[in-house]
Structures are given as C-alpha cells and as structure tokens.
Write a protein that binds this ligand. Structure first.
Ligand code: SF4
Length: 396
C-alpha cells in the first residue's frame, strides 16, 4: 500500500531531547512495514520479509503505545492499520493487537477501524477473523485489473483477485471496502485506464482512492527511467486520466470529497478526513507520524532500528518539527483546498491573498458563499493555487 499522506520535514532532533507528548488524539495509526516484495514504484520504508515477525511486531508497537502513558487515554474515533502490508500479519496477531489497543484506548461507538490489505491475502478465513477482531473497513490495493500492468508493478496478485477479495470481505460482513487504483502509467504499457475504471466501478466498492504514478528515487522504476527503458507519463496524460476518473466515478454515484478520494454517500474515510482537517493524530510503528496541532513527530523508518529503540526503552521518534505560524497557515490552506468543503475565506478565519478572477474564469475554483472550492481542474493545480493564496510557493 502507499498510504502515507504526511509531509515529512527534516529538522533533526536528538532522541534524548524528545519527550513523549501527551496528545488527546482520537485517531490512531499503526504502521505495519512488512511486504512480500517491493513494488516497482514504491519508495516507502518497508521491510521485505518472507515470514512476518508477528510476535515481535505486536510486542514492539504495544511497547510504544504504552510509553505514551495513562495521560493519552480516551476513546478512539478511528484506528487505522496501514503499511507496508498489514494484511500479512497473521489474523491472530492482528486480533491480539486490536485487543491490546482497545484495552487501553476503547473504541467510541461506531468507530472506524481500517485495515489495508493486498487482494491475495483476503482468504475467507482471514476476512472472517478480521471482522471478528473488529475491523470495519478494508482498503484494498487493487491498482489495476490488467495482468501485464500488475506484473510490471511487481504486484503479487492477478487481475481477478480484487473482485474475489471484495466478495470474501462482503461475505464476512465487511461491506465498507475501498479500492486503490494507480493512474498515469508510462505510455508504452498501453494501459486501458477506461477499462480499469469500469472494472473497479462494476465491483461497486464503497470508496475509491486514486494515486498518480510518480517516479521516486531508489525504486526499480527510477532505475528503469534512468537507463531509458521507460518514461514517466507526461502532464497531459496525467490530467486526462485524472479528469476521466472524475467523470466516470461521478456518473457512477461517487463524490470526490478530496483530491484523490471518492466515496459513495456515507463512506468517506473518517481517519483520512481527520488528517485533512488538521485533527491531532498519533502514529505508532516504524516511520509513523504524529501531529498534536502544532508539532509533527515521526518515528525511525527502518523496522530493525525502530524495534531496537523501543525494546531498549528509548524513544523511537527520529525527528520533530514545530510548525511556524506561516507553515501552519500554508498547511491549513493546502489541506482545506484538498477537500470538497474547500477553504473558508471569511477574514476572521483566513488571511489569504485575494482570489484571482482568472481562476474563476478558467474554472479552476468555485465560490460557494464564503468557501473557495477547487474543481477537478483546480485540484490538478493544487500546489500552485495554495502557494499563490499564501504567498508561499509550494512544490510538492
Ligand atoms: S505493497 Fe507494494 S506499494 Fe504497498 S507498501 Fe508494499 S511495496 Fe509499497
């Protein structure tokens, strides 16, 4: 899965100087770093393992959770297992972890508990045991329904696996399922994006997440590009595929509530919405991020370094970054413009530059009362629009 939506900063801090913050976060994220193999485009901090060290992982993250003390109690609105590939954890280990978490942080009534899963891991038994453990929502890494494309991506599943997984999840009582799809693939793959979208829609998932392919350093894809074996998609193709997804998903009853996420009514991701609305969240596990409304912290990314730190009783936090008022304002504007609710322009809330009239005439934004909302065309220019409003050019 490629689930991280956090922007990692770079200001180093000695671990000894880092206190364990006491956050009232009602949103808890667990990062499960293990994968069977590295997908061709993925630069995430993962640990490729044939055998997942379930017991060590559960012990390590439990230890980190407990290090935050009794002050960080209270019910959770959302709990999210992301990765990596959380579905590689044995169902019994996942159930044990959920039990340990909820013994400390009970779930609020109707809490959303999400598990990221690769389609090939969704056996009937696993689906049933996940449901029994309290998982209410599954995010499936489908990516494509084209066998050739899946092989190029180094994915482990075939073109029919996502549909089979969805059926098994529904049979087990987990109807809230999201599909991840990747668009803007290299032209020479001749990927039929319309066909993939239509296959996804035919499965009637509750939610769809889109990821535009980017070439990240130190990935197999970057090596292929550097030796001229493939070329990234150009901007026109990226835009055309993004806009096509909007049209097709909207026609099928999905509403884009965020730049990359579309849902049927009542099926927005509440966990990710918390990130986009600036709510505090706690991240546990290697490379996990936390935010308390002012300071971001992120953990050691490598599994072994993380495990050693928590096992030896040291803080696993690698860096922290306290946002300046300007950074917080840019972040607030950027996050608001990512969402369908848009940015509140009332002077008491926002102190941004006037909205250029050309944005309206070009159809990049709409004004709905005092709210400024991006259209799909505007979302393609999100960084530039947010940067212009705050006078802080943003590149990524
Ligand atoms: S499954 Fe693939 S894309 Fe997801 S984290 Fe693992 S290597 Fe990366």
């Amino acid at each position: 899965m490629r689930a991280s939506i956090h922007d990692a900063g770079t200001s180093p801090n000695p671990q000894s100087a880092i206190r364990n913050p006491q956050l009232p976060a009602r949103h808890l994220y667990f990062h499960v770093p293990f994968c069977r193999r590295r997908c061709s485009y993925c630069d995430f901090a993962i640990a490729v393992r044939k055998r997942v060290p379930d017991a060590e992982f559960v012990a390590a993250v439990t230890r980190e959770l407990e290090s935050y003390g009794e002050g960080e109690g209270g019910a959770l609105d959302t709990l999210y297992f992301g990765g990596g590939t959380p579905s590689l954890l044995a169902p019994a280990a996942l159930a044990e972890l959920v039990a340990r978490i909820t013994a400390r942080r009970p779930l609020a009534p109707g809490a959303e508990v999400t598990l990221e899963a690769n389609p090939e891991d969704v056996t009937p038994e696993a689906a049933t045991r996940w449901q029994g453990a309290g998982i209410t929502r599954v995010s499936l890494g489908a990516q494509s329904f084209d066998e050739r494309v899946l092989a190029w991506m180094h994915r482990s599943h075939g073109p029919d696996a996502a549909g089979v997984a969805l059926d098994r999840l529904r049979a087990a009582g987990i109807a809230d399922v999201s599909l991840d799809l990747i668009f803007a693939l290299p032209a020479e793959l001749q990927r039929d994006w319309t066909r993939d979208l239509d296959r996804a829609i035919a499965l009637e998932p509750a939610h769809v997440s889109l990821y535009g392919l980017t070439v990240e350093e130190r990935t197999p894809l970057a090596r292929w590009v550097s030796r001229g074996a493939t070329w990234p998609s150009d901007e026109d193709r990226y835009a055309a595929e993004y806009l096509l997804a909007h049209r097709r998903l909207a026609a099928a009853g999905y509403a884009f509530y965020e730049v990359s996420n579309a849902a049927r009514p009542g099926h927005r991701s509440r966990h990710n919405t918390a990130y986009w609305t600036g709510a505090p969240y706690r991240g546990i596990g290697p490379a996990a991020h936390s935010y308390d409304g002012a300071t971001r912290r992120w953990n050691l990314a490598a599994w072994e370094a993380y495990r050693r730190a928590v096992t030896e009783g040291r803080s696993p936090v690698e860096h922290e970054e306290t946002l300046t008022p300007e950074q917080r304002e840019l972040e607030r504007v950027y996050l608001a413009l990512r969402t369908a609710e848009g940015l509140d322009l009332r002077p008491s809330v926002s102190s941004v530059s006037p909205v250029p009239s050309v944005w309206l005439s070009q159809g990049w934004v709409e004004l709905c009362g005092a709210r400024l909302r991006c259209t799909p065309e505007g979302w393609l220019r999100l960084d530039a629009l947010a940067g212009a409003l705050t006078g802080s050019p943003r590149t990524g």
